[in-house]
Design a protein around this ligand. Structure first.
Ligand code: ATP
Ligand code: MG
Length: 571
């Protein structure tokens, strides 16, 4: 029998104070509102309210997976070491993989992701190209012995993940599986009330050549992003190749100018009265082969470590001693007259720039009107700068915006990486045995709950969107068990339940202030406040947690009015 929940029975121990260890809003509020509790480092208990939210997120995922013919199933959490050895990840995964030895000395891993287990499960039994494509998925706890578990549900050592694996016979079919899953992910996050950007990603541990991360926009995010409102382009600043708008220097004869003590970009730009992006920054490093290297980047941009390692291998920035040793002049390096044997490169974005303002390789001097092709040439172009807000969108040319992002999901397409190394094949149309073409797709379900809170909160607490709220409406009678207010609360709650709304009634004998604070902290989308005077006059107050708007509504209408606003907001 459907009924309303009573707050006196809801196990949601709230905290009066902000927990000291919580830096992020989601961590702090999930603890304070009594949604989660820490069990040990990186291990959290989901209390009843969090669990209700998680089930809703999971339900949205289930519906979207059904929509693309993906089938839910379950493999064991403990996975056999032998499979990890076949894929060569037993070693490659390193200490993040949590390992277990059973009483017979056999080794297992607590699954951090399940490419091996799912590939193995179709071995020898998904046989024919005629059966393909097949996508299988599960909702399960994952384990990663993170170096620094932190931020509550954001980076924990045990977390809930939805993971899917697709098996296809052709590139085109595999691409279709990938696109279907990607489309479903966007709908999932939209339905859960999370604003996400799709960001092209490095493929990391899982490997392969095609991957997108779904990043929830939030100041608390670990990733730094640039994105374009006009065309939807988005990228990690570490990965983005932005077509930076370079301010061209003036044309003219090469001229050496005295720039006393102007050894920084800001100083030289100010001294010569040019914008910083009109100057060229020279960075001195020693590349992975031990070759002294000077790389030029636009004056207002930084070199990015991740990209630089692609370009220069295991490099390091030169120390002052090394700069001197190689005959370079700190603060005044330029492409004209560098010492022999120095590897010279510049960032791609400078390739089309003719007129450069550069150091003269002489203390306190710069060259103006240095012309590429006339006064110097750049033998090697590299992609090393960190994109930043204001750079030009490489797709449509509009200025990029900046944001931080929380990775809530990621999709990969990686061909036969696992099926080939594990020898898992199907019989193709031409009778040949071929390894499956695969993709894998993950959503951090518990991290997604944290992302919801990051995007929906204020200083009083959580502001759950209806779609993932533990309860949709909270009824706050200011007195309990009396014969004026309480019967109204009970009646409205029952009417709402009859309309299929999820209701919790704060039946605790607490002061109104306590109830209001807890209601705002827990963040149910709508509050119905019932006081004695209102009840006698036939009205209650409805408050929308998201907007803070309050409205007096007649007792007779309140259930239908709420149902009208709540139902359309469901996921
Ligand atoms: P990250 O870069 O944040 O460490 P990842 O790229 O290693 O994550 P994936 O292998 O792509 O993670 O896993 C799929 C999803 O699982 C991620 O998009 C993320 O939402 C979630 N996830 C990964 N690690 C954790 C963790 N330690 N705690 C909570 N969720 C996690
Ligand atoms: Mg990832």
């Amino acid at each position: 029998m459907k009924s309303y929940a009573k707050m006196s029975k809801v196990y949601a121990p709230t905290l009066k104070e902000d927990p000291a260890e919580a830096e992020l809003a989601s961590h702090r509020l999930l603890l304070r509102a009594g949604l989660i509790r820490k069990h040990a480092s990186g291990l959290y208990t989901y209390l009843p309210l969090a669990w209700r939210s998680l089930l809703k997120i999971e339900q949205v995922i289930r519906e979207e997976m059904e929509g693309i013919d993906a089938q839910e199933m379950r493999v064991p959490i403990l996975t056999d070491a032998g499979l990890w050895q076949q894929s060569h990840r037993w070693g490659a995964y390193g200490p993040e993989l949590m390992r277990i030895v059973d009483r017979h000395g056999r080794e297992f891993a607590l699954g951090p992701t399940h490419e091996e287990a799912f590939t193995d499960v179709v071995r020898g039994e998904l046989r024919s190209y005629k059966q393909l494509p097949v996508t299988l998925w599960q909702m399960q706890d994952k384990f990663r012995d993170e170096l620094r578990p932190r931020f509550g549900l954001m980076r924990s050592r045990e977390f809930i993940m939805k993971d899917a694996y697709s098996f296809a016979s052709t590139d085109q079919m595999s691409r279709q599986c990938y696109e279907d899953e990607k489309g479903a992910y966007q709908r999932i996050f939209d339905r859960c009330g999370i604003r996400t950007l799709q960001v092209a990603a490095d493929t990391g541990e899982i490997g392969g050549d095609s991957s997108v991360e779904f990043m929830a926009i939030a100041d608390a995010g670990e990733a730094e992003l640039v994105y374009c409102d006009d065309c939807g382009f988005a990228a990690d600043t570490e990965a983005a190749t932005a077509k930076v708008a370079i301010s061209e220097g003036e044309a003219g004869d090469l001229q050496k100018v005295s720039t006393p003590n102007a050894g920084s970009i800001a100083d030289v730009a100010a001294f010569l009265g040019v914008p910083e992006n009109g100057t060229r920054k020279a960075l001195a490093l020693v590349d992975g082969n031990g070759t002294p290297t000077v790389v030029f980047v636009p004056g207002d941009h930084d070199m990015n470590d991740c990209k630089a390692s692609h370009a220069f291998g295991d490099y390091h920035m030169m120390t002052d001693e090394e700069i001197q040793y190689y005959g370079l002049v700190k603060g005044f390096m330029g492409p004209i007259g560098l010492p022999e044997g120095v590897r010279v490169c510049a960032d791609e974005t400078l390739r089309s720039s003719e007129w450069w303002l550069v150091g003269a390789n002489e203390k306190d001097f710069h060259f103006v009107h240095a012309k590429q092709g006339r006064d110097f040439t750049i033998p090697e172009w590299v992609d090393v700068i960190t994109a930043k807000p204001g750079d030009t969108c490489p797709v449509c040319g509009q200025p990029l915006k900046g944001a931080r992002g929380i990775e809530c999901g990621q999709v990969f397409s990686f061909g036969d990486k696992y099926s080939a190394s594990m020898g898992v094949t199907f019989t193709d149309e031409d009778g040949q045995e071929k390894p499956f073409l695969m993709g894998s797709y993950g959503i951090g379900v518990s991290r997604t709950l944290a992302a919801v809170v990051e995007q929906h909160h204020d200083d009083k607490g959580i502001k759950f969107p209806v779609c993932v709220a533990p309860y949709e409406v909270e009824i706050v009678p200011l007195t309990v068990g009396d014969d004026v207010v309480w019967p109204v609360a009970d009646q409205i709650a029952n009417e709402l339940v009859a309309k299929g709304i999820e209701v919790v009634v704060d039946d605790r004998k607490e002061r109104p202030g306590v109830k209001f604070n807890d209601a705002d902290l827990m963040g149910f989308p709508y509050q119905v406040v019932i006081g004695k005077r209102g009840a006698q006059a036939g009205t209650v107050e409805v408050k929308c947690r998201e907007t803070g708007e309050r409205e007096d509504v007649s007792i007779a209408d309140v259930a239908s009015k709420l149902a009208e606003v709540v139902v359309p907001q469901r996921a």
